[in-house]
Design a protein around this ligand. Structure first.
Ligand SMILES: [Zn+2]
Ligand SMILES: [Zn+2]
Length: 133
């Protein structure tokens, strides 16, 4: 059997390997096992994964994308769970100070880890601007 790809959410203990396996069994059973990557469009990759978009691993068909393994890896690294240690304004990005912004299918925006401090500050600035009008 192929080695199971274990995402960071499992390694960090937010869910157990058994929970992860059972939600993937659900995905393979209910969503099927199409051989097409929704990201790069390849149809002849040796393996495909169901990738969870929001990182919450809910049994929600909208929250899953079928990806080839390289696309899944780069999603995981670049967007899914975040690689940035500091935000653009230099705040430290930890699980407590950042949040995952879900994908936007309309704009094609992938899920991104955003800084809570910065989003709070821009919300405050926006409110201030609005109250002055
Ligand atoms: Zn791909
Ligand atoms: Zn920030």
């Amino acid at each position: 059997m192929d080695k199971l790809y274990v995402p960071r959410v499992v390694r960090e203990g937010r869910m157990t390997l058994n929970e992860y396996r059972s939600v993937h069994r659900w995905a393979n059973r209910d969503l099927g096992e199409p051989s097409k990557c929704e990201d790069c469009g390849t149809v002849d990759a040796p393996r495909y994964h169901w990738a969870n978009v929001s990182g919450t691993y809910r049994e929600d068909p909208d929250d899953w994308r079928r990806l080839c393994v390289p696309c899944h890896m780069s999603l995981d690294r670049a967007a899914h769970h975040g690689v940035r240690e500091y935000c653009n304004n230099g705040h430290r990005m930890t699980p407590d100070t950042s949040y995952l912004r879900p994908a936007n299918p309309r704009t094609g925006q992938l899920p991104r880890v955003e800084c809570r401090l910065c989003s709070r500050m821009s919300l405050r600035a926006w409110r201030k601007r609005r109250s002055k009008q």
